[in-house]
Design a protein around this ligand. Structure first.
Ligand SMILES: C[S@@+](CC[C@H](N)C(=O)[O-])C[C@H]1O[C@@H](n2cnc3c(N)ncnc32)[C@H](O)[C@@H]1O
Ligand SMILES: [Zn+2]
Length: 364
């Protein structure tokens, strides 16, 4: 965790924030204090943040602050990812893959790292240089670029990359803006890839070949504007920031990965400053295991018409969350590599949203 980001973004206690949002009579939460960790150093690898109001502690582990409402539960559920050495020998990694089998946390972790490691950093891998234009890595960043190039003005203030995954869009944002960029996510292995890109000059990820066979890729990556970037563990549905903290935000391909997408849209509106811009891309790929059907934005069935107007439903939800639509791209391809012989291309909907300032005061 970078001290620059901690000081400038002044995260607050997610528990106190939730209380204040529920009962607006409560005082606005104060920024968390660094209780343990070298405050003189720019980078805190291990430490503890404390809420002076309710006394809750929020650990910093492997350089990642855990800023979720129940950090103890989060750490209990994700401890194995924090404990895995970053430089696990490849033979041991492959042994673990075979020993732990194809349906557990290890295989899921490797598949995520393979798919997002490839899309986020494959363009820097000489091994991918022969990809034809349609199948080259980098599609998430291309979705961002389509929208970013059309912003009337560069955003003022810090930028939030929500559901940043392996972090490449955060670096792309830093190249476009002067301010700080923060990537947040709940996936520890992907955040560790993002931190590796930030701090080591290379990204090492398992690229899936076929079945359970992976080949380790070691990809050079120089984070040109890396000093502006940091990565934290935080929930898009309860971002630990006071109102209007960010001048812009991106939420790429993640709204349909949430348990409560409408709540997330409202939360993102809350942390966006008046005059700010939100870039979102949505593949509408709802899964019941992640999002209860009642929360799906389109596609839940039951309508009389043959085709759901998913785009209209998303506009309605965004408007209800306090946004207005600035611009849209209805068909932006987003391609994810599954293995050497398979990929999936989503037809995503990209939007630029702005706070609807006529609603000021009506939105919490
Ligand atoms: C489909 S991936 C997209 C990653 C990246 N934005 C991209 O476009 O390549 C969705 C990301 O959202 C993250 N995510 C899911 N639920 C989240 C939540 N509640 N808060 C923050 N991130 C979340 C996942 O861990 C994952 O990294
Ligand atoms: Zn608190």
């Amino acid at each position: 965790m970078r001290m620059t980001h901690l000081r400038a973004l002044a995260p607050v206690c997610p528990q106190c924030l939730a209380e204040q949002l529920h009962d607006t009579g409560c005082p606005e939460p104060r920024p968390l204090e660094l209780e343990e960790g070298d405050g003189q150093a720019e980078e805190i690898e291990c430490g503890l943040l404390r809420c002076l109001a309710c006394n809750a502690g929020y650990p910093i582990l492997a350089g990642l602050p855990v800023l979720v409402p129940d950090p103890a539960r989060f750490i209990a559920d994700h401890l194995v990812y924090f404990l895995l050495p970053a430089d696990l020998p490849e033979a041991l990694e492959n042994w673990l893959g075979e020993a732990l089998g194809g349906s557990g946390w290890h295989e899921a972790m490797r598949r995520h790292c393979s798919t997002y490691g490839w899309d986020h950093y494959g363009d820097c891998d000489p091994d991918e240089a022969t990809c034809d234009a349609a199948s080259r890595p980098g599609s998430a960043v291309r979705s961002l670029a389509v929208a970013f190039e059309n912003l009337a003005a560069a955003p003022h203030g810090p930028v939030l990359d929500v559901g940043c995954g392996a972090g490449r869009a955060s670096f792309a944002l830093a190249e476009q803006v002067r301010g700080l960029v923060l990537g947040i996510d709940l996936n520890v292995p992907l955040l560790r890839l993002a931190r590796q890109a930030l701090h080591t000059g290379e990204v090492v990820y398992p690229r899936r070949d076929l079945g359970r066979a992976y080949a380790r890729r070691r990809v050079p990556f120089s984070a040109a504007c890396g000093r502006q970037v940091d990565f934290w563990i935080a929930d898009a549905q309860q971002p630990p920031f006071t109102r209007g903290r960010f001048g812009a935000l991106a939420a790429l391909n993640m709204v349909d990965c949430l348990e409560r997408p409408a709540e997330a849209l409202a939360a993102l509106r809350r942390v966006l400053a008046d005059g700010g811009r939100a870039i979102i891309s949505v593949p509408y790929d709802w899964a019941e295991a992640v999002t209860p059907v009642s929360e799906w934005i389109a596609g839940a069935g039951g309508s009389q018409s043959d085709e759901t107007d998913a785009e209209a439903e998303l506009r309605t939800k965004a408007t209800a969350a306090g946004f207005r639509i600035v611009q849209e791209w209805p068909h932006q391809p987003w391609r994810l590599r599954l293995h050497r012989r398979a990929s999936v291309t989503y037809d995503t909907h990209v939007l630029v949203l702005a706070p609807d300032e006529t609603l000021d005061g009506a939105i919490p």
